[in-house]
Design a protein around this ligand. Structure first.
Ligand SMILES: Cc1cc2nc3c(=O)[nH]c(=O)nc-3n(C[C@H](O)[C@H](O)[C@H](O)COP(=O)(O)OP(=O)(O)OC[C@H]3O[C@@H](n4cnc5c(N)ncnc54)[C@H](O)[C@@H]3O)c2cc1C
Length: 250
């Protein structure tokens, strides 16, 4: 079958695009290499400014509404509060599964455990190679993430800088209401995003090449009394791409 659109990647971008297109009556094939619910390295902080675009039942996905943010700058604490939520915290495994299910209900065909190996342009549109064999469509949407194949193939000359991060979902000692952003981490920043079932905690280094990443993480945990149980959960390593135009001067 020839589809109107093939979308690679059922993260928030791919599932949102699939839902919108399927609701307009387009035939949509959404190919995802993992199977939901799956882990995604992410703090899970949704800016409140997203709400007009999200089209989601917040009760089903939000673990905590955030009205207070604390910034740490060396030994100084600066905090801001708001009567209205400034952000919403979600768990990415639940959030992404919810959005994918919405796309399915809207009529998109979703195939999981199906990594796309390659794609090419054809006179009719595109041909996409995966374990299903070739699929064709008039349009392709590359929603396969920041390090995805589609962007790499379209823009082989893009230079991007990789920040390195270690992150984990961990238990918390107290019911913490504020989001913490630590700008005192050398060459980077750290975050504590408290949720219903624990917190997303992480530390990022903008220089990318961290000689002792675990030491950076342990040092960050050691400086935050909130994170005392975090050491029991091994963190995941990941990268955060920063494209040249947006990169600060190192
Ligand atoms: C450590 C860390 C913390 C972050 N914290 C926040 C935060 O608190 N708030 C925030 O707004 N953003 C945060 N981000 C950024 C956020 O995670 C991304 O902006 C967001 O996930 C992008 O969504 P997406 O749908 O474009 O891609 P992704 O969420 O990356 O989804 C891409 C999907 O494509 C699939 N895929 C990849 N390759 C293939 C393939 N070849 N074939 C088929 N499927 C494929 C993947 O399995 C995945 O499901 C964070 C990022 C990192 C790394």
């Amino acid at each position: 079958m020839h589809y109107d659109v093939i979308i690679i990647g059922a993260g928030p971008a791919g599932s949102a695009a699939a839902t919108a297109l399927a609701r307009q009556g387009r035939s949509v094939l959404l190919l995802e290499k993992a199977a939901h619910p799956r882990h995604k390295s992410c703090g899970g902080g949704l800016s409140a400014r997203l709400l007009p675009y999200l089209d989601a039942d917040l009760k089903e996905i939000v673990e905590r509404e955030i009205r207070k943010v604390v910034f740490l700058l060396r030994k100084k604490e600066v905090s801001g509060s708001s009567a209205e939520p400034v952000a919403y915290l979600v768990r990415r495994d639940r959030f992404d599964a919810y959005l994918a299910e919405k796309a399915r209900k809207a009529g998109a065909e979703i195939v999981e455990n199906c990594p796309v190996r390659d794609w090419r342009e054809t006179p009719e549109g595109v041909e996409v190679q995966s374990r299903r064999g070739p699929d064709t469509a008039s349009f392709l949407i590359g929603a396969d993430g920041a390090a995805g194949r589609v962007a790499r193939k379209l823009h082989p000359d893009w230079k991007k800088h990789l920040a390195f991060a270690l992150e984990a979902e961990v238990p918390l000692r107290n019911k913490e209401e504020a989001v913490w952003i630590d700008l005192a981490v050398s060459r980077g920043y750290g975050w504590i995003f408290p949720k219903e079932s624990g917190a997303a905690i992480g530390v990022a280094d903008f220089k990318g090449k961290v000689p002792k990443p675990q030491a950076l993480y342990s040092d960050f945990l050691g400086r935050h009394p909130l994170t005392f149980e975090a050491g029991s959960v091994p963190p995941n390593g990941c990268t955060i791409p920063i494209y040249r135009s947006a990169a600060p001067h190192w």
